[in-house]
Design a protein around this ligand. Structure first.
Ligand code: ADE
Length: 257
């Protein structure tokens, strides 16, 4: 079983449309859609916006479905000057940029008890995602660009040059979004391999909210083109603990609708 998460309807719609759905359940207010994606058993969830929603959703999926790996796919704001809408960033590392204990001498993003403020995606999944990108966009001259590096997450939509520059310089970040580090942190605590794939809907500039709205549906086609190729690659092999059934006996999640 693989778990796939997006924050918004547009980020999960194409994936659901490509699935043979075998069941739907709501846990902790989040609908999960179970089924086959090609030959691979997956559970798909739309977590909603922000780190809290992302954390709840990730832990719920892990507890109930015991996925062997988790893929987050969605949009982000690009932070480098030459980036274009539709370009793809695969997060090798993520940081919660709004975790701020600088009052105690810590660096922005540092979480007490963690060795580093960097949350690392599974290197094997990062490589597989990059290969899936190459397969989806074989013509480098006409397709989107791919970048691997740090993605920062916080509970704020960024559309000002000052914050953009701070995120670039403080964290050496390529893109900003609102869920990835929370998903990664939760996967890390549960020893579940994960990868975060982001397509740029905007460049976090003054026009970001308008750009986001007008580009969202279109750029999600780029992430879907990657997922279509990545899911079968990640889905092969052994180590499926769940047998595809949700363990809803867990009392914490019995409030299913
Ligand atoms: N997701 C897409 N664009 C974003 C931005 N500019 N800031 C935060 N999250 C985003």
């Amino acid at each position: 079983m693989l778990a796939v998460i997006g924050a918004l309807e547009e980020e999960v719609d194409l994936i659901e449309a490509a699935m043979t759905v075998s069941g739907r359940q709501t846990h902790a207010g989040i609908e999960t859609v179970r089924g086959e994606f090609g030959a691979v058993e997956i559970v798909l969830a739309q977590c909603g916006v922000g780190k809290v929603n992302a954390t709840i959703c990730t832990q719920m999926l892990i507890d109930l479905y015991r996925p062997r790996a988790l893929i987050f796919s969605g949009v982000a704001g690009g932070l480098l000057p030459n980036m274009a809408i539709g370009d793809v960033v695969i997060a090798s590392h993520l940081i919660q940029y709004d975790m701020d204990l600088t009052a105690f001498g810590r660096r922005h993003g540092e979480i007490p008890g963690q060795d580093s403020r960097m949350i690392e995606s599974d290197p094997g999944l990062v490589q597989k995602a990059a290969q899936a990108f190459d397969a989806a966009f074989p013509d480098a001259a006409s397709g989107p660009n791919l970048m691997l590096g740090t993605v920062v997450s916080g509970d704020r939509f960024i559309q000002d040059p000052e914050t953009l520059r701070w995120l670039q310089r403080e964290f050496a970040a390529l893109a900003t979004e609102m869920e990835g580090a929370a998903v990664g942190y939760t996967c890390g605590l549960n020893a579940v391999p994960f990868v975060v794939i982001r397509v740029l809907s905007d460049t976090a500039s003054e026009s970001a909210s308008g750009d986001f709205a007008s580009n969202l549906a279109t750029v999600c086609r780029n992430s879907f083109a990657i997922l279509e190729r990545l899911i079968p690659e990640v889905g092969v092999g052994e180590g499926d603990h769940s047998g595809g059934q949700a363990d809803t006996s867990n009392p914490d999640y019995r409030r299913a609708s």
